[in-house]
Design a protein around this ligand. Structure first.
Ligand code: HEC
Length: 149
């Protein structure tokens, strides 16, 4: 079960990476992530543990499918930052302009204020394994594939 989930997360990350337009990658200002390193963050994560951490630590402000105090998260791995149209982001997050690769999510969760000074999200997740597990959970929840015509 655990291996299955991890494989699913890896496939999702690989799929997300494959669909990123190269222009989006080129726009990312800081630390252009190498695909292998980016995937490694998700590979080491345990999505089952990550779900529990997410519910406990992020759930007061975030959900997968509804905006709350923070924006909704389904499909966030591979998405551009500040991309939910009906969520009001701070100027700090709007000007960040990164793609939420696992590596960038890891930086964000470690210290959001360092990455985007002035952001409304201040929660730091200090333990690397906690961040990796949460990222694995997010990677395991992509947007549904568009319906075939
Ligand atoms: C106290 C509320 C709060 C908590 C707790 C919180 N966040 Fe946030 N989060 C926010 C807000 C508000 C924003 C938008 C920040 C802005 O516009 O500056 C945000 C933004 C984000 C973004 C950027 C999304 C985007 O669309 O660009 C990610 C990713 C994120 N949060 C992940 C998490 C994770 C994972 C956790 C749990 C470890 C978490 N957050 C906990 C309030 C919170």
């Amino acid at each position: 079960m655990r291996n299955l989930l991890i494989s699913a997360a890896v496939i999702c990350v690989a799929a997300a990476a494959a669909f990123l337009p190269s222009s989006a990658a080129a726009q990312a200002p800081a630390a252009k992530p190498k695909p292998a390193a980016a995937a490694a963050v998700a590979v080491t994560g345990d999505a089952v543990r990550g779900e529990k951490l997410y519910t406990a630590r992020c759930g007061a402000c975030h959900g997968l499918d509804a905006n709350r105090i923070g924006p909704k998260h389904r499909g966030v791995v591979g998405r551009k930052s500040a991309a939910i149209p009906d969520f009001t982001y701070t100027a700090a997050l709007k000007k960040l302009k990164v793609v939420w690769t696992p590596a960038n999510l890891d930086r964000w969760l470690e210290n959001p204020t360092r990455m985007a000074p002035g952001t409304a999200m201040a929660l730091r997740t200090a333990v690397p394994k906690d961040r990796a597990d949460i990222i694995a959970y997010l990677a395991a929840n992509p947007l549904p594939a568009p319906a075939k015509p």
